[in-house]
Design a protein around this ligand. Structure first.
Ligand code: BG6
Length: 489
C-alpha cells in the first residue's frame, strides 16, 4: 500500500474553486502529512501554461494556518514540486491520453490510483468524465471522480446526469461533494446527538417544537450572476446544503458508522418527507441599497443577470417529515444572499415545560422561556443551549442564559476547511460524506414540483434591500406554524 501512488488531477485547474479551495486544501493535507508518500497533483485546463506557471498560480493561493507556521515556506516548496500542469480540451480523448502518459511516468510502475476532481461547468461534465474514464483511468488501482454541484436542475435532469455518469463510472467511483458535510460542526451533529444521553432521548416530536436551518451571506452574487441566475437560492443552498444537514439531524440511529448504514438512514428520512408545497415557500430578491454613503448593487444590476430576472436570492420554506419521530414538527429553512450577516446555524426549539411553576416569573412571553439549542456551523463555531436561570438576588426573576461551548476558547486547534476532510476521505475511499444517487433523487423530488411552479408562474420575489434581514414574508410563513425565527431574537 505504501508503495502505491496516488495522483490527483484537478480538471478545471484555473477556475475559482480550484484556486480558492482545492489546491489550498491539498497543501494543508500535505502539510499535515495526510497525503500518501507517492502523490502527484496535476492541474488540467484548456489554457496553455507551464508547470512553473501553474506552481506560481497555486503558490499565491497557499497559506499556512495559524498552528502550521513552522517550516511553512519549505513545505510549500516541497508541495509545489509535486504539482504539474497539463493543457487539454475537456472533450478530447487524445488530450486525456497524453495526460495518461504523464501520469504513468510519475507512477513509475507502482500501483496507480487516480482521483479526478471535476471543477468544471455542467455542460462539459459528461464529456470530461467520458474522456477521463476511457483514456486516463488507473491501470491497476482505483479510479475515482469527485463531482461538484449542480447535479442537474430538477429531478429529470439530475436523473439524466446520473444515467450518463453511470455509462462510464460505477456508483462507488462517483464522489458527489456537498461541502457542507465536510464542515466540522456538521460532522459533530451525530456525535452530539448519539453520544450524549441528555440529547438523544429528546430528539423527537415529544420534546422538539421546531427545527430551523438558517444560512445567510452578507454579500451578493457578484461575479457569479451568470451561474446563479440559472439556479437560484433554492437549488444553490436549500436542496443540497440545508437538506443534507436536515437529513443528518433527523435520521434514525444508523446500524453503524459505515457509509452505507448512514446513507441508508439519510435516504429513509428524505423519503419520509412531504413534497414541498408552494404555499410553504417565500422567495425574495435583493435590491440595491445605499448605506453610509456606499451603494450596494441589486441582484439585477449585475451585468450577467437579465434585467427582468425573478430568480430568488432568498427563500424560506417549511418542510415536514411524516414519520413517527417527527410528525407535525416544522423544519424551517431560510437561505439568503446579501443579508445583514454571514452565518449558518441549526436552531432547535424545545417545547414548553408543562405546568411550569415559574411561568409568572418569566413575564408574559412564554416563547422566550423555552429551551433552544443552537449549533453555529459558521463563523465562530459554537454549540450553546439557552436555559432559564434565576437572576441572582433576593427576588425571583428568571432570564434566559447560555450554556456556551465556543470552539475558539475551548480548542486551540484551527478548524480544517471542509474540502480538506472531503479530499482526504475521497483518497481513502471513505464515502460517508458523499451523496449517493438515491439520496440525490430523493432530495430533488422534494423540491422539483415547487421549483417548476415558481418558474412556470414567474412568481415575483419579495424585494429586500441589500444588507437587510430579508423579506417579511419569512416571518409570516414561520408564524403560520407558530414559530419565531430564533436568529431574530
Ligand atoms: C456554495 C454556493 O455551494 O456554497 C455558494 O454555490 C455559496 O453560492 C457557498 O456562497 C457557501 O459556502 P461557505 O462554505 O462559504 O458557507
Amino acid at each position: 500500500e505504501n508503495e502505491s501512488s496516488v495522483s490527483i488531477t484537478v480538471v478545471g485547474a484555473s477556475g475559482d474553486l480550484a484556486k480558492k479551495k482545492i489546491f489550498p486544501a491539498l497543501f494543508a493535507l500535505y502539510y499535515e502529512g495526510c497525503l500518501p508518500k507517492h502523490f502527484t497533483v496535476f492541474g488540467y485546463a484548456r489554457s496553455k501554461m507551464t508547470d512553473a506557471e501553474l506552481r506560481n498560480m497555486v503558490s499565491k493561493t497557499l497559506t499556512c494556518r495559524i498552528d502550521q507556521r513552522e517550516n511553512c515556506g519549505e513545505k510549500m516548496d516541497q508541495f509545489l514540486k509535486r504539482c504539474f500542469y497539463h493543457s487539454g480540451q475537456y472533450d478530447s480523448q487524445e488530450h486525456f491520453e497524453a495526460l495518461d502518459k504523464k501520469l504513468k511516468e510519475h507512477e513509475g510502475g507502482r500501483e496507480s490510483n487516480r482521483l479526478f476532481y471535476l471543477s468544471i461547468p455542467p455542460n462539459i461534465f459528461i464529456d470530461a468524465v467520458k474522456c477521463a474514464s476511457s483514456s486516463a483511468s488507473a491501470a491497476s488501482g482505483w479510479t475515482r471522480v469527485i463531482v461538484e454541484k449542480p447535479f442537474g436542475r430538477d429531478s429529470e435532469s439530475s436523473a439524466a446526469l446520473t444515467k450518463a455518469l453511470k455509462q462510464y463510472l460505477t456508483e462507488d467511483q462517483i464522489f458527489r461533494i456537498d461541502h457542507y458535510l465536510g464542515k466540522e460542526l456538521v460532522e459533530n451533529l451525530s456525535v452530539l446527538r448519539f453520544s450524549n444521553l441528555i440529547f438523544e432521548p429528546l430528539w423527537s416530536r415529544q420534546y422538539i417544537r421546531n427545527v430551523q436551518l438558517i444560512f445567510s451571506e452578507d454579500f451578493g452574487t457578484e461575479g457569479r450572476g451568470g451561474y446563479f441566475d440559472n439556479y437560484g437560492i433554492i437549488r444553490d443552498i436549500m436542496q443540497n446544503h440545508l437538506l443534507q444537514i436536515l437529513a443528518l439531524f433527523a435520521m434514525e440511529t444508523p446500524v453503524s458508522l459505515d457509509a452505507e448504514d448512514i446513507r441508508n438512514e439519510k435516504v429513509k428520512v428524505l423519503r419520509s418527507m412531504r413534497t414541498l408545497r408552494l404555499e410553504d415557500v417565500v422567495i425574495g430578491q435583493y435590491k440595491s441599497h445605499t448605506r453610509g454613503g456606499v451603494t450596494h448593487p441589486g441582484y439585477t444590476d449585475d451585468k450577467t443577470v437579465p434585467k427582468d430576472s425573478v430568480t430568488p436570492t432568498f427563500a424560506a420554506a417549511a418542510l415536514f417529515i411524516d414519520n413517527a419521530r417527527w410528525d407535525g414538527v416544522p423544519f424551517l429553512m431560510k437561505a439568503g444572499k446579501a443579508l445583514h450577516n454571514r452565518s449558518a446555524e441549526i436552531r432547535v426549539q424545545f417545547r414548553h415545560v408543562p405546568g411550569n411553576l415559574y411561568n409568572r416569573n418569566i413575564g408574559t412571553d412564554l416563547d422566550q422561556a423555552t429551551n433552544e439549542l443552537v449549533i453555529r456551523v459558521q463563523p465562530d463555531e459554537a454549540i450553546y443551549l439557552k436555559i432559564n436561570n434565576k437572576v441572582p438576588g433576593l427576588g425571583m426573576r428568571l432570564d434566559r442564559s447560555n450554556l456556551n461551548l465556543l470552539y475558539s476558547t475551548r480548542y486551540s486547534k484551527e478548524i480544517p476547511d471542509a474540502y480538506e476532510r472531503l479530499l482526504l476521505d475521497a483518497i481513502e475511499g471513505e464515502r460517508r460524506l458523499f451523496i449517493r444517487s438515491d439520496e440525490l433523487d430523493a432530495a430533488w423530488s422534494l423540491f422539483t414540483p415547487v421549483l417548476k411552479e415558481l418558474e412556470e408562474k414567474r412568481t415575483i420575489p419579495e424585494y429586500y434591500p441589500y444588507g437587510s434581514r430579508g423579506p417579511v414574508g419569512a416571518h409570516y410563513l414561520a408564524a403560520r406554524y407558530k414559530v419565531r425565527w430564533g436568529d431574530l431574537g
